[in-house]
Design a protein around this ligand. Sequence first.
Ligand code: BTN
Length: 249
Amino acid sequence: MREETTNKSTVKIEHFESLSSTNEYTKQCLENGASCPFWIVSDEQTSGRGRQGRDWVSIKGNLYTSTAQLIKANGSTLSGLSLVTALAVYEAIQQTSSAPLELTLKWPNDILIKEAKLGGILIENVSEPNAQVSEVVIGVGINIQSSPVVEGRDTTCLADQQSFVKRDDLLNALIEALDMWLKRWDNGNNFTEIKNAWCERAATIGAPLSVRVGQERLTGKFAGLDEKGALKLELEDKTIKLITGGEII
Ligand code: BTN
C-alpha cells in the first residue's frame, strides 16, 4: 500500500481501476492483517453495496472509497460514527465544490441536495461485539459525474449542479475532514459537538418526516437527535419516538 500526502497528513492509500466493492476489499485487507488506518479507492465497483442490502451503482467518474479505522468505543457509542462521517463528507464536498451548493444531511447518513441523493455512507463494524477497540470499515460513495437512476428516489451529481470537482481532490479533502471530525468526536467522548454540528446541517426541527422501520411506516416531525444520535420523531399525539434503525422516506 502506498503512502500519500494530502495537504496536511500522510496516509496509506491503495488505488484500483476496478473492485467488486471497496468495503469488501477493505475487510479482506483487515482479515489479512493490514493495520488501520488505510484507504482504498476504486474507479468503479462491479458489486457496490448500499445500506439495507441495496446495490450501489458504481460506474466510472464518481468517488467510491472505504477506510479502515480503529475506534476506541463499541456498542451504541459507535453509532455516532455515522454522523461524524456525514459531517466529513459534507465538509469535503463544500471545500472542493466549484459552485455554491445547498447541501443537507439526512439521518442517519445521506448527503442530499434539495431532497436528491448526492452521496451515501455504509459503515460496517468488523470487530467482536464487545471488543473494547472496534475495527470499522467506512465506505463513502459520492456522485461526481453521474447520478444513478434509483426507483422511487431522486438522485443528483455534482456535475448536475455545475460543480466540477476532481475525484482525487475530493478524496484528499475527505481524508482530512474525516481525520478532523474523528478527533473532535474523540471516540464518542464529545458527541454533543457532533450532534450540534450535524443538526445545523440537517432538515430543520419541525420538518415533516416519514420513517420506515421494518414493515412499519411512521409519520411525524423531525425533533432532533437524542444524546446517542437516535432520531427523535414527534408523532401526531406529540409523543417522541426514538428511531435507532430504519430509514427516512
Ligand atoms: C447508501 O446506501 O446510502 C450507502 C452507499 C455506500 C456506497 C459506498 S461506495 C464505496 C463503498 N463500497 C461499497 O460497496 N459501498 C460503499
